[in-house]
Design a protein around this ligand. Sequence first.
Ligand SMILES: NC(=O)c1ccc[n+]([C@@H]2O[C@H](COP(=O)([O-])OP(=O)(O)OC[C@H]3O[C@@H](n4cnc5c(N)ncnc54)[C@H](OP(=O)(O)O)[C@@H]3O)[C@@H](O)[C@H]2O)c1
Length: 233
Amino acid sequence: MTRPNPQRALITGASRGLGLALATILRERGAQVVGIARDERRLHAALAPIGAHPLAADVGDTDADALVARASSLAGGPFDLFVHAASTLGPLGDDSEDPMPRLADVSADALQRTFAVNTLGPALLVRALHRTMRREGGTVVVISSDAAIERYPGWGPYGASKTALDHLVGVWAAEDAALRFLAFDPGEMDTAMHAAAMPTADRDALADPGTVAAAILARLDATSGTRAVIEAA
Ligand SMILES: NC(=O)c1ccc[n+]([C@@H]2O[C@H](COP(=O)([O-])OP(=O)(O)OC[C@H]3O[C@@H](n4cnc5c(N)ncnc54)[C@H](OP(=O)(O)O)[C@@H]3O)[C@@H](O)[C@H]2O)c1
């Protein structure tokens, strides 16, 4: 039996890249979509053409319960899909060709901020959603990275915050059989984040976020607690 399309989706990082691509496909399939990002003007400009609801917030510094309550009211009911696509790379260094900094050079504030956006923020949003999400068919998706597995120089804070997020997915799944919890490594995509981290990369070799978004939405049936790699590039 095929899984019904999500009816109400909450997506962080929805103003561009993978988050916007997911929002676009879900709107095409008739879902109510609430999209979160910090830059309010850019978020409105991105979501107005597709008819999704913008909700400006910083996922690393917000009252998660209040944010979920506002989002549910915009969507007109409980969510059956949450995707955490927002993320920060952490601070970038001065090397214009390789700006990802050594772990030893990252300040305590920057480390905390990276974990706040990539790990703690989604953990608190999922905690709030636990109480309000539709139990039947409810799915939580986090966007991970190969940096969660590989120990790349320069990717310490980002990679460790994604490893912790992957771990939370496994624990959530073990603790709650009613909802489905999934992590996806999207592979390398042609987005602003990739350009910021690897400015000299061959962009023609990177996947289109729309292709990756479609592949993720096709795999929402995966076993709860699992982590999958999307190979679209
Ligand atoms: N691109 C790649 O090659 C690649 C590879 C592996 C994994 N990923 C993962 O894929 C996901 C999507 O990345 P992307 O490449 O599509 O990124 P992107 O194009 O740079 O988009 C990032 C989105 O997140 C929002 N955002 C950033 N910080 C936020 C915060 N504190 N609160 C709320 N929203 C925030 C941004 O809007 P504002 O700036 O206005 O807040 C934007 O909408 C991320 O989780 C990333 O780690 C990407």
